[in-house]
Design a protein around this ligand. Structure first.
Ligand code: SAM
Length: 470
């Protein structure tokens, strides 16, 4: 197969629509024993073929589903342990030149557009910091004039610079439109964490229908964004599909092909996969979409992604309800947003109903409530941002994940950031219960040297030190 950059390489060939079509037709009807044998194969953790994935996506038998969920839970536990990383989105600009049919920010929606000024960015950041957040995902619509790369880079500088009394944003991931290598180099220089871009749909005819007459309408340019990002030096990229636009089985196989393409051409696949489901937004009605997926199918997709790409983080946003989020944490999700606002300036104005949001959210709990809920369910809420600050990105992160060594930093850092959070932002209830919880988790750390580092770190935190990590 020609490699990216070769003369004969046709940019977007790697999402082979014909091959996906053939696999989907071949696996339209599958037997129970075919499904059972793929589940058996998956248990050996030696990778699954596209056809295998298409086969287990057809599982409906409750016993098979239970086996898939259990395997996903085992894989998640063995690689990431029970920590769950928390973050919040920060919307800085709703100017948009695109007309994405499904999006509340589309240019046909007439409302007063705006982008945050420096004092407004600082205010939003202070509010996020007062919630205890250390990690954000910067979000903006696409508008090369009103929201150019220099605005984004400047916003990143302000975000990192705005330090509150006992908190600061330590990792800013960025979710902005597909752009040039030069602009990705600028994001790299600005110190971003993951560059996130959702393909929305990999199905080219649907993509073109959903993104009419716009910059974003160029399927190839959007699809090859991660190639340019990696050429620009960004080695952590986060993919996503907006489930509901096209056939979910097509999307899952295409996601796998995209991941394989990055692995073979750049040496590392997706750092994360986000799994947004289509929600009601201004100027669109859900009933116009034929491929919406129900909760059971959604759970199955998440569990199968966890099995298919064990080392890739899976992110769930507040588009989903508390109940679904709790359940999916067991089946593969490793990162959650919490306390989110999806409007520009939304943290300050979240009580003003007229504000235009990009889409509606379903989990309205505060970060503190989310954190208490996680602890109750035996998960360690984590505000860890250490990997990229320690240079554990791209293939370096992946090799640690693949050997299981990542656990030696994930769990300790999760515990230390939880303690820091409880000291600075916990209420009486959390403060009273957190130490017992942390002690019970320290017991599970196997290496004595790491145990002692955590115990020392916890004591330093109590003494007033902050931002301790391995
Ligand atoms: N403008 C950037 C781009 O083009 O990629 C960032 C996009 S936006 C801030 C983040 C994501 O929200 C989109 O990629 C899309 O998947 C999602 N989104 C848009 N409309 C949505 C809806 N109605 N329901 C759920 N998610 C939606």
């Amino acid at each position: 197969m020609p490699k990216y950059g070769d003369q004969n390489y046709k940019q977007a060939d790697f999402i082979n629509h014909e091959l996906i079509g053939e696999i989907l037709t071949k696996t339209e009807v599958v037997t129970e024993s075919q499904i059972a044998s793929v589940i058996e194969k998956a248990k050996h953790r030696n990778g699954l073929s596209y056809e295998d994935i298409a086969i287990i996506l057809q599982a409906t038998n409750p016993n098979h589903l239970k086996m898939i969920y259990n395997l996903a839970a085992e894989i998640k536990q063995s690689i990431y342990g029970n920590r769950v990383v928390l973050f919040a989105p920060l919307y800085v600009s709703n100017y948009c030149v695109n007309n994405c049919v499904y999006c509340g920010y589309k240019r046909d929606n007439k409302f007063a557009r705006r982008k945050l000024t420096e004092p407004e960015i600082r205010e939003e950041v202070r509010i996020l910091e007062s919630m205890g957040h250390k990690r954000i995902a910067l979000e903006a619509g696409e508008d090369p004039v009103n929201c150019d790369i220099d605005y984004i880079v400047d916003t990143l500088r302000i975000i990192y610079d705005e330090v509150s009394e006992n908190s600061n944003i330590r990792r800013a991931n960025v979710n902005i439109a597909s752009t040039t290598i030069e602009n990705y180099e600028k994001l790299k220089a600005a110190g971003i964490g993951t560059y996130i871009l959702f393909q929305e749909t990999y199905h080219k005819p649907t993509y073109e229908k959903m993104h009419p007459k716009s910059l974003k309408g160029d399927y190839e340019y959007h699809l090859t964004a991660f190639d340019r990002a990696m050429q620009g030096g960004l080695d952590d990229v986060g993919a996503g599909v907006l489930f509901g636009l096209s056939d979910y089985r097509f999307e899952v196989l295409a996601l796998m092909m995209h991941n394989a393409h990055l692995e073979s051409n750049h040496g590392v696949g997706f750092h994360t996969i986000s799994v947004p489901r289509l929600k009601k937004a201004e100027g669109m009605e859900l009933k116009e979409y034929d491929h919406l997926i129900d909760d059971d199918t959604f759970k199955k997709i998440v569990a199968i992604l966890r099995i298919a790409v064990p080392f890739t983080g899976i992110i769930l946003s507040t588009r989903e309800t508390k109940e679904i989020r709790n359940e999916l944490l067991h089946h593969g999700v490793s990162q959650l947003s919490a306390g989110s606002c999806t409007g520009v300036g939304g943290y300050k104005e979240n009580e003003m109903e007229e504000e235009i949001k990009q889409f509606t959210i379903s989990d309205e709990r505060s970060p503190l409530e989310v954190i208490k809920g996680l602890i109750n369910d035996g998960f360690i809420p984590s505000h860890c941002t250490s990997c990229y600050r320690m240079g554990r990105t791209g293939d370096r992160f992946m090799s640690l994940a693949k050997t299981g060594a990542i656990q030696h930093v994930c769990q300790p850092n999760a515990l230390m950031t939880l303690k820091e959070y409880a000291l600075d932002f916990g209420d009486e209830e959390l403060k009273a219960s957190v130490d017992g919880f942390i002690e019970s988790q320290i017991e599970k750390i196997q290496r004595d040297d790491i145990k002692s580092k955590v115990i020392q770190g916890l004591s330093d935190l109590t003494d007033g030190k902050r931002d301790i990590y391995l």
